[in-house]
Design a protein around this ligand. Sequence first.
Ligand code: ADP
Ligand code: MG
Length: 348
Amino acid sequence: MSSVTLGILGGGQLGSMLSSAAKKLNIKTIIFSDDLNSPAQNFCNEFIFAQYDDKNKIYEFSKKVDVITYEFENIPFNTLYELNKLKTVLPKPSINRLIQHRLAEKDFINKLNIRTTRYVLIKNKEELQPLDDFLPGILKTTTMGYDGKGQYPINNLNEIDSLNIDFKKEYILEKKIKLKKEISVIVTRFNNNKYEIYEPIENTHKDQILERSKIPAQINKDLFNQSKEWAVRISEELKYIGTLCVEFFIDKNDNLYVNEIAPRVHNSGHLTINAFNISQFENHIRAVCSLEQIPLKKKFNAEMINLIGDQIIPYRQNYNFKDNQFFFDYLKKEIKEKRKMGHLTTLK
Ligand code: ADP
Ligand code: MG
């Protein structure tokens, strides 16, 4: 029996799935979240509800755990920094800080000679004027964006006034590419050149929210190899410990671009729970808790669909799932539009 207790910052469905994976490995989990209705409280051993800047609660949390990780990236850096003085935080806080900021993240990727879309920092409306060259483009907040939040597609400069953009925030303007496909590569890094890597996953988005993920991705061998190589290069360069996801774009000419890095387990990897011997969640726990690294084996091809908003309702009522179908209900108290409520994985 292991006597390790893992602290997890964040209490969404990724926290739930991390807690379930930890339980299988006899690791206790304590979830810390600022949301009283966190779904992960149904899956962890202990739940602490407090604000992320509540120094007393953060201290109390640190006393109870051996190692700390997080399930979403928008945690105040100072919280991670302070916690890291008390107990090890993995992946290390400096990685989170880099990736939290879209500009720093993209600069970092380009320094590794890895392609991204073209982008430019925008601090005020005037700076947009001479940038015809980046249009059609997408204006994205440099921090705190997810699921397309904080993004404004811009086709031409005349539109800018009608978009009511809040210029108190900083943005990057990204040139839109002609997307053929989106894929993601999930890597769990244990140590220098020690990692487990999942094959590329093909993703479909709707309204900038992930709708479907499947393996195998329908891509050529070069893209298959290049995406994996870039994901490994990124994780090695960051000296990352744990599971990380790199999101890619493929354009009409089969050029590969890194879109963004998620310093955590990822929605596109939910299918790893049923399709592999070790899921992205279990691998994350193994890496951050210094457990044994087990060679990854795919058992099945698979497809996952996200159940968003009231799409979950018929699934909650249907108990006749086939043997190859796995339904996950995140047990969120309230159904909301655009909220991820659950998912269904079908093995092929
Ligand atoms: P988030 O941080 O909200 O996930 P992303 O930058 O990943 O934001 O954008 C969400 C989705 O919007 C992408 O998965 C893609 O479908 C689309 N998108 C974003 N940027 C571009 C771009 N430069 N060109 C084409 N499509 C894009
Ligand atoms: Mg994204």
